[in-house]
Design a protein around this ligand. Structure first.
Ligand code: ZN
Length: 197
C-alpha cells in the first residue's frame, strides 16, 4: 500500500479548496439576522506533516456578521480541522481507523513522525466510540447505511464502506461526511478539554 498522498502538498490543497467552497456557501447565505458576513478567520497551528502544509493551514475559515448589535460568528464546516483537535482531521481518522486505514507499519511510523502521545490516541478512540456516535451527524449518516455499520469499529468501518478506489479518495469522502461535526450547529458537546485532543 502506498501512502504518498500523506506528504503530497496537492492532497492538502485539495482539502483547502473543499473548505473554501463550503465557506463560500456559508458567506453567500449571510447571517441569520440578514446581515452580511465578513471574513474573521482565526489562527490554527495544526499538527500534521507540516512540510506538506501551506499557509492556508494557519487559518480556519470563519465569518462574523457585519451588523452592529449582532456580530454573530459563523464558522463553516471543515474537512481539514476536526473541531478543536490540534491534529489535522485526516491524521485523527487515519490513526484511529485501525484495520482499514494504514498498514500497521505505516501507522507506527506516522505516530512517531507526528509524535502523537499514546494518551491522545486513546482519547481519540474514545471520542469515536462515545461522542461521535451521539452526534447528529452520525445519526443522520448511520440511518442511510445499508447494511448498518458496526459503530464500535469507527472510523475504519466507515472508511471501508466508501467507494473511492484509493485510500486518499476514501479519506476525502469521509472527511466531507464528517464535516458537520466541525460546526457549532452539527457539533457534539465535547467534554473535558477539547483543545488538548
Ligand atoms: Zn447577524
Amino acid at each position: 500500500m502506498c501512502h504518498a498522498f500523506l506528504t503530497d502538498a496537492n492532497f492538502y490543497q485539495l482539502l483547502t479548496r473543499i473548505d473554501e467552497s463550503i465557506a463560500e456557501e456559508v458567506r453567500a447565505g449571510g447571517c441569520r439576522c440578514g446581515g452580511r458576513l465578513h471574513s474573521a478567520r482565526y489562527p490554527r497551528k495544526p499538527r500534521g506533516l507540516r512540510s506538506a502544509l501551506d499557509a492556508s493551514y494557519e487559518r480556519r475559515l470563519s465569518f462574523c456578521c457585519a451588523r452592529d448589535g449582532c456580530r454573530r460568528r459563523s464558522t463553516p464546516a471543515s474537512v481539514r480541522f476536526l473541531g478543536r483537535k490540534v491534529y489535522l482531521g485526516v491524521m485523527v481518522v487515519l490513526l484511529t481507523a485501525l484495520h482499514h486505514g494504514l498498514t500497521a507499519q505505516r501507522r507506527r511510523r506516522l505516530i512517531e513522525q507526528l509524535d502523537v502521545p499514546a494518551q491522545t490516541l486513546w482519547r481519540w478512540r474514545r471520542w469515536w466510540r462515545e461522542r461521535f456516535v451521539q452526534s447528529r451527524c452520525w445519526r443522520a449518516l448511520a440511518g442511510q447505511l445499508i447494511p448498518p455499520l458496526v459503530s464500535d469499529r469507527l472510523p475504519g468501518s466507515l472508511l471501508e464502506r466508501l467507494s473511492g478506489s484509493a485510500l486518499s479518495e476514501r479519506l476525502v469522502e469521509l472527511l466531507v461526511l464528517l464535516s458537520p461535526v466541525t460546526t457549532a450547529t452539527g457539533s457534539l458537546r465535547v467534554g473535558g478539554n477539547p483543545q488538548r485532543m
